[in-house]
Design a protein around this ligand. Structure first.
Ligand code: ADP
Ligand code: MG
Length: 773
């Protein structure tokens, strides 16, 4: 088994039953014995050093069941540690992911075989394995899988002893001496602890048994000096408590305007949302009618009209709770003028290509941006920006309510919007930094500058009204599935049979589709550019893969199969399927990948392609393939013609016409019929026995690499299928392309090892190309 997600298998019923958000971990021992006595009393009989030594002992005792964490070790080391510890069923350890920052990996043993499962961080301290339920805190995830296998090949048993997991990954932790001095408002002792004891500083952001950090406790106490002292010692101002809110939310709950000010000055993010309700601190202050906090925050330039998960602004909330002073304040507040002017970044009606070119010419640094009017939607502005080398285009909607991006705050003008995103990331990939100035000033046509027309929303329309009315301390936890909406993740469906899969398909009515120019030719019809209107009447540019009438009998089944494969996939390196038009003509509606196929790009723009580009694409293709592997899909048609470029910086795998799910018990798919077989890209076992596996995809990946480094040459030149097979059987392989570095050629040769067991895995390939970036 090479898959990193070996055999994760759960039914939807099991998934629905799982609800593991707010319970406390039974393995975590509660309060230590000294808790009823104040620290000053304890220190009458003990020196501080002795007390800390005792506490350290307690920490070890407390963490006895949690020491399954091994830090950043490789998969090989993990396998070695499991082996050394007896390799018995259920033996496990947790390590930090080497490929995805913020993720972890669970390595376990089943029937003597090590298996590895990515623990995906889905925001803050929420973690999830595959399609399993999300858990608040790694400790709760592990505890759950100890009780039941719930989709894993075995429930977790004994662990290989390592250390305690990082404090920020745990929902609840242990009450530390720092928590204790904070609760007791003992400023002097806090000073001494922080000054003289490095361990205390190391765990400054740890949550206690109730889920609070020392900073949050200090805020709740309204103790300005303690808050300042903790911040001076680099307490993280934005850490969330176990209930999902920040210190700034706490200050707003308790009506401490000066502490609000201090926190914001020290970097508190006023756009931080509660993970299910979407409340930012201003919502919290508005609900409680804490006008001083509202005033303070508005004066510090936080957005006035952020929206929660129910689309309510703080104004709506204040009205609902009859907090008249607060709602008046929110309505009448006159914000200072924005610090930016449209003359710095507005370019008028321009397309995406122009925007990317301008930003690149302007240096293309992280956060560079411009605003333009869309060429195909005259009343829509688009923010084009670059982050981490990738280009993004965000539509700026201009509803009566105001200018906004997606579910972000409303603004009264484009300039206020830009001003905000220059200060806060607030859902964008990064803050806006350097504006890209137009060569001549373009007038801003729709230059509205009136406050958004925000009427109060009737309470019964607001889905969460009842829930919010109940809350006392902060926004409440709701069902686990809701967490996905704010992290922008759909709950995945892990059904496997064809009939069930059809349920997942988004069927699109043909009247919501406008067909445009041809983008390319597919086997069963042309691929067109098009426009799709979504449920909200919003229009999107899409690609339409059509099934021509003459292919209906042969193509329809293939087409639907392709749709079934794709509808379950969601990854930046995979072309997204948006839905299917049943037609006629039947169409697969896909995300538009504007720069077309990598093969064409290599042939047409060979002299613009650098080695860095090739390595990045290779990394992205291996990332996408690793993701497919985790979903247990073999692609069967990896080739440069089936890699598309959305920008020069983003390659995506497409064409799932040949892809198949592997059976749960095996890791290869056996093809029973012939059909179009791209033999030159196929591994020997695929050609001879119709066996397809992740390892045969690795072979094709090698050929794709060869195409890339030879700038789109035809592999094996004019040789025909049978000759290619003989060539390979004789032990020959494709030659090293001229500009290909030796190490990349060696990677190709490894991908073309005759025995599939000897080929590298996609995980290894990802690591190799990542390291070379
Ligand atoms: P086939 O399965 O018949 O090979 P593909 O899915 O590979 O069809 O599509 C054929 C061609 O159409 C591609 O090479 C590419 O040029 C174009 N194309 C396909 N999908 C998209 C898309 N999502 N965005 C832009 N162009 C696309
Ligand atoms: Mg194709």
């Amino acid at each position: 088994m090479t898959t990193s997600a070996g055999g994760f298998n759960r039914t939807s019923r099991q998934r629905l039953q799982a609800c593991h958000f707010s319970q406390d971990n039974p393995e975590v021992k509660q309060q230590p014995a000294t808790d009823n006595i104040t620290l000053s009393e304890v220190l009458r009989n003990l020196s501080l050093r002795e007390y800390l030594a005792q506490e350290h002992g307690r920490t070890l005792e407390y963490g006895k069941n949690l020491q399954w964490y091994h830090g950043k070790i490789s998969r090989e080391t993990a396998v070695h540690i499991l082996f050394e510890n007896g390799n018995t069923d259920g033996l496990f350890l947790v390590r930090e992911s080497t490929s995805v920052p913020g993720d972890y990996v669970l390595s376990l043993v089943k029937s003597g075989q090590p298996q590895h499962f990515q623990i995906h961080c889905c925001g803050d301290f929420f973690y999830q394995i595959e399609s399993g339920p999300p858990f608040a805190g790694l400790e709760n995830l592990i505890s759950h899988y100890k009780e039941s296998s719930d989709g894993l090949p075995t429930h977790l048993g004994a662990f290989c002893k390592g250390e305690l997991p990082p404090p920020t990954t745990m929902k609840n932790g242990k009450d530390t001496p720092l928590h204790k001095v904070t609760s007791e408002s003992n400023l002097n002792l806090m000073r001494e602890l922080l000054r003289e004891h490095s361990l205390v500083s190391k765990y400054i952001d740890a949550r206690n048994s109730s889920g609070y950090t020392a900073l949050q406790i200090a805020v709740d106490k309204g103790n300005y000096e303690m808050v300042m002292l903790l911040l001076d010692h680099e307490a993280n101002v934005n850490t969330k408590d176990g209930g999902g809110v920040t210190a700034l939310h706490h200050a707003c709950m308790n009506n401490f305007p000066l502490i609000c000010q201090l926190l914001v000055e020290r970097g508190a993010d006023p756009t931080a949302r509660h993970h299910t309700t979407g409340w930012v601190p201003l919502h919290t202050a508005a609900q409680r009618g804490h006008s001083e906090c509202v005033n303070q925050l508005l004066n510090m330039g936080v957005p006035r009209y952020p929206r929660n998960a129910d689309e309510d602004t703080p104004y709506n909330i204040a009205v609902r709770y009859s907090n008249t002073n607060t709602s008046e304040l929110l309505l009448r507040f006159v914000p200072p003028p924005p610090k930016t002017s449209y003359t710095e970044w507005f370019h008028g009606v321009k397309d995406r290509g122009y925007a990317i070119q301008q930003i690149t010419m302007n240096g293309g640094g992280h956060g560079s941006f411009l605003v333009r009017t869309s060429t195909h939607k005259p009343d829509t502005y688009v923010l084009t920006m670059v982050a981490g080398g990738l280009y993004y285009n965000f539509e700026i909607e201009t509803k009566v309510d105001g200018f906004h991006i997606d579910d972000g705050p409303f603004f009264s003008s484009l300039e206020y919007l830009v001003d905000h995103y220059q200060k806060y990331e607030d859902g964008l990939p990064c803050k806006l930094t350097v504006p890209c100035k137009p060569s001549t000033v373009v007038p801003l046509d729709n230059h509205r500058d009136a406050p958004p027309a925000l009427g109060p929303r009737p309470p019964d329309m607001a889905v969460g009204a009842h829930q919010n009315a109940q809350q006392q301390k902060g926004p409440v936890n709701t069902s686990p599935t809701k967490v996905f909406s704010l992290f922008g993740k759909k709950k995945k469906n892990s059904k496997t049979s064809n009939e069930e899969k059809q349920d997942n398909l988004n069927i699109i009515d043909i009247k919501n589709i406008v067909q445009g120019r041809e983008l390319g030719q597919g086997e069963f019809g042309s691929v067109l550019e098009g426009i799709m209107k979504d449920k909200h009447g919003k229009k999107h540019k899409v690609a339409l893969k059509t099934l021509h009438a003459e292919h209906i009998t042969t193509g329809q089944k293939e087409f639907l199969r392709e749709a079934e494969v794709m509808c379950d996939l969601n990854h930046p390196c995979i072309v997204k399927l948006l839905g299917v038009v049943m037609g006629p003509p039947m169409m697969l509606v896909q995300e538009l990948v504007p720069m077309g196929s990598l093969l064409d790009y290599l042939i047409d723009h060979a002299n613009e392609v650098s080695e860095k580009d090739l390595k990045r694409w290779a990394w992205q293709i291996s990332q996408g393939s690793l993701y497919l592997e985790s979903k247990k899909f073999v692609h069967r048609d990896l080739a440069a013609r089936n890699i598309l470029l959305s920008t020069k910086d983003q390659a995506k795998i497409s064409d799932f016409g040949l892809s198949r799910a592997t059976k749960p018990e095996s890791d290869y798919y056996r093809a029973t019929t012939g059909g179009r077989w791209p033999v030159k890209w196929y591994a020997p076992e695929s050609i001879y026995y119709g066996q397809f596996s992740h390892a045969s995809d690795v072979w094709s990946f090698g050929v794709t690499l060869w195409e890339m480094y030879s700038m789109g040459d035809q592999p094996y030149g004019e040789k025909m299928g049978a000759d290619v097979i003989k060539f390979i059987e004789d032990g020959n392989r494709l030659e090293k392309p001229e500009m290909c570095p030796q190490w990349v050629y060696e990677v190709m040769l490894k991908c073309w090892e005759y025995r599939k067991e000897s080929r590298p895995t996609f995980e290894t390939l990802c690591e190799m190309f990542l390291k070379s970036q």
